[in-house]
Design a protein around this ligand. Sequence first.
Ligand code: BG6
Length: 477
Amino acid sequence: MTKKPFLWGGALAAHQFEGGWNEGGKGPSVVDVMTAGAHGVARQITQDIEAGKFYPNHTAIDFYHHYKEDIKLFAELGLKCLRTSIAWTRIFPKGDELEPNEAGLQFYDDVFDELIANGIEPVITLSHFEIPLHIARQYGGFRNRKTVEFFERFAISCFERYKNKVKYWMTFNEINNQMDTSNPIFFWTNSGVQVKPGENPQEVLYQVAHYELLASAKAVIAGKKINPNFEIGCMISHVPIYPYSCNPEDMMASEIAMHQRFFFPDVHVRGYYPSYALKEFEREGYQLDITEEDLACLKQGTVDYIGFSYYMSTVVKADVNNDNRDNIVNGALPNAVENPYIKSSDWGWPIDPEGLRYTLNRLYDRYQLPLFIVENGFGAIDELEHDNQIHDKPRIEYLGAHIKAMQKAMNYDGVDVIGYTAWGIIDVVSFTTGEMKKRYGVIYVDRDNEGNGSMKRYKKESFEWYKNVIKTNGQSL
Ligand code: BG6
């Protein structure tokens, strides 16, 4: 069991809250060409930034100009850590430069200093859907081996600059989202890749995945040389896949579907490709550029811990085949069905706290590495009332139930959990929909879907609640 103080915190990602998309020498990233969508309406990826279109991440909640005020609120909340990311395009605006952009490096120095002065440890993801647009357009993102080199240079610049300020790092956020090749935004934000007509998305996926896993391993190797005390983790989205029934066929369908969840962490943690993947490459005749030298790198650059997000679970049934992908519950899986035992959020995300305990057990049994819950939260509509109060009881219920499930996994099942960072601790632009209306924060930001609002910050009811959770080390829920 971990002896260190538990890392209670909040989680954010540069592109979803910083704004200042073209300030301080920053270049455009893949998210800067994504328009706003809504529940059931996909975000568009435009070729470049087009006049007359609204790109919600450009301004987001303007942390770039509000960071002192926001960090003050985080300190009042008692956060022990803030998990956020470094926008790659602030450091390397195009991605292929040889030298980093000093103004970008300085911005994160200022932010990290401010956090540390307020007793908050920065926990940093290197790439949270923020690949430079230039790399995507000119090099095809992670289709290209050169991008491995660009990422390594970016990682080294960050490790060197912040080696005395940051201990916990993660390489790629939710690297496994792209396993769902049916939704273009996952490939685009994970890897800067768009599938071309006539291509086999699955084959593209495995090549891209290999370069990205290699880039992650190279970053780990380089990071450990710069500071051997770094803790460098991976970051995966974990949505457990239950069998619909005890019918052995449903059980097997869920077991096979879980390979989609385990493929990336299997390589990050063990340092080699799992046999089910090697069999798939062979069976399908995929021609992948994987060298002996790459394999040696994967072996050497394994991670120290597993960071993961947990929001929901899903269910598969062997005799179901959803041909119409739009009707699929939770994307990706063609045999997914509704879980009749649990409710869903307004955005159709199933609410399943027990699934977090299950996930913690499953990941710990498989990998025996410390686990860090770096995202968990409830996206909902919040109303700012006349007296400036926001009553967000459903969020308190959601977070409380998930924290309880985590405590059960730690105290009863003996799972080693380093920390818990609630997603979107302050309202941010939603990743999948680009909306402001889908709010996660314990701090409300006066900004709407169309970009109107005063940007003023207000504490929600959940603010005092979470503050007390942290103060009592999780005793008061
Ligand atoms: C995770 C991402 O997928 O879930 C975050 O790492 C994202 O970037 C979060 O915001 C919640 O998703 P959404 O679409 O509700 O914002």
